[in-house]
Design a protein around this ligand. Sequence first.
Ligand code: ZN
Ligand code: FE
Ligand code: FE
Ligand code: FE
Length: 163
Amino acid sequence: MATEKTLSDAFYEALKDVYFAERTSVRALKKAAKAAKHPELKQALEKHGEESAEQVERLQQVFEIFGKAARGKTCEAIQGLMAEMEEHLEDFKDSEASDAVLIGSAQAMEHYEIARYGMLKSWAQQLGLKDAADLLEQTLNEEKNADQLLTELAESSANQQAA
Ligand code: ZN
Ligand code: FE
Ligand code: FE
Ligand code: FE
């Protein structure tokens, strides 16, 4: 039997999940920036941390457009990714591979965000929430840029340092 849940319900649930995940990513990026050794990597992580704080505000605007109070709901996925990052940091902290491992963990979080913001943007379009879709696309592009920059830093230095 089909229930009465709609795409609009799914959108709201996903928005709460991403709101939680984005706030978690701000904390994760602070931790990652502190642990990074290469100055360029440190700077990139700090910058994306600041950008992520703006993404949290952008999500609050999306809630407003949607007509609901901004609320988070535990995202097990980001918690798991952050726990994994902490474990890797601990295991590799004194090694030459620490930045390479750190970049890998940070990118796992970016990829999760890319998946979620891509989905939310499509759903917002489908629901006729054009302004929300535009805000979500802006964040999606920032996540993609952050991911791309991390790939460049890995390939230009961290991986060689590690090898
Ligand atoms: Zn995030
Ligand atoms: Fe983000
Ligand atoms: Fe989630
Ligand atoms: Fe991000």
